[in-house]
Design a binder for this molecule. Structure first.
Ligand code: RRO
Length: 306
């Protein structure tokens, strides 16, 4: 069977994508994910100017593959992205997805324009980071109005580069936010960012462990929530979905596609080693072959037909 797929005209060797935030800071680490088997790799969210994240501790391992993070969107700025994207291109011909972040509407437009010049294969608009609320207020992805406004601004700057909008699961109705993004011109939806915010307390010191006190939850614990979100978004919009949230094996990736995803993001599961991409690919292939499925895209949205 064939794992190759097309997403908004982009050819991928398989539907697995390194999600933003995990190993996406350098060209070498992005290329390593592709070499290990990812069909595409997404950068850490790029800022126009240097942005310092939170101080340590920023990531807690909760066990069972689950993480609580408040990294706080650190990035060196557009010149760093230029160098690292060039490094990636020297090492790999696979699609590169550029995640972008900013603190306000205007800066999102400027960042999109600057990143478009770096010619990524897709731009992913990160309006759903749960860890910078104290700095910038509520994420745009928590409001229909803000989502529409920022997508309109950014879409104008993307030129021919397709635009995916990364949504937050921390909303009452994710389908209506997805619809707002689609109406405003988004070409795809990435769902979901981390869940929360959550908190873990050191019971001896009686203090929250993360320096930011709260952080976003990721890993297998959030997978059913992500699957439900993707399922609802698939019902609500016509644009394709990158399903992300707790996928850790072939079964999970297939489930995410059946819920409606065309591509599947792998984030937390990659923290223990990039071999995960090859392993998931093999599991998908074996499952599909035993069921006579010839084309991976047959899986997308299958749960809506049953
Ligand atoms: O850097 C982070 O703290 C972070 C980001 Br940008 C995001 O989108 N989601 C997340 O859980 N952490």
């Amino acid at each position: 069977m064939k794992l190759t797929t097309k997403f908004l005209g982009i050819s991928l060797a398989n539907p697995l994508v390194l999600a933003s935030g995990i190993l996406g800071t350098t060209g070498a680490s992005l290329a390593a994910a592709v070499k290990a088997g990812a069909g595409a790799a997404t950068s850490k969210s790029v800022w126009l100017r240097r942005h310092d994240g939170h101080s340590n501790p920023t990531v807690l391992n909760l066990g069972g593959g689950n993480l609580l993070n408040a990294v706080g969107l650190p990035h060196g700025g557009i010149e760093e992205a230029r160098v690292e994207f060039e490094n990636f291109r020297k090492l790999s011909s696979a699609p590169l997805f550029a995640s972008i972040a900013a603190s306000n509407f205007e800066e999102f437009g400027e960042t999109a324009a600057a990143v478009a010049e770096l010619k990524p294969d897709l731009m992913e608009l990160n309006i759903s980071c749960p860890n910078v609320e104290s700095e910038f207020g509520r994420p745009f992805a928590c409001s229909i109005r803000d989502t529409k406004k920022v997508v309109k601004i950014v879409k104008k700057k993307c030129g021919a580069i397709p635009l995916a909008v990364k949504l937050s699961p921390n909303v009452e109705n994710i389908a209506e936010i997805a619809r707002a993004a689609e109406t405003a011109g988004a070409d795809a939806i990435t769902a979901v960012n981390t869940v929360g915010p959550g908190m873990v307390i050191d019971i001896e010191t009686a203090e929250p462990i993360l320096l930011n006190r709260v952080g976003g939850l990721s890993g297998p614990a959030i997978r059913p929530l992500a699957v439900r979100a993707v399922w609802e978004i698939f019902e609500a919009v016509k644009i394709p979905i990158i399903g992300t949230g707790g996928v850790a094996n072939g079964r999970d990736a297939i489930e995410m596609m059946e819920a409606g995803a065309s591509l599947v993001g792998i984030g937390s599961a990659a923290k223990d080693g990039l071999e995960i991409f090859g392993k998931i690919k093999k599991e998908i292939e074996k499952w599909c072959e035993s069921r006579g499925i010839e084309n991976i895209s047959e899986l997308t949205g299958k749960a809506h037909r049953s």
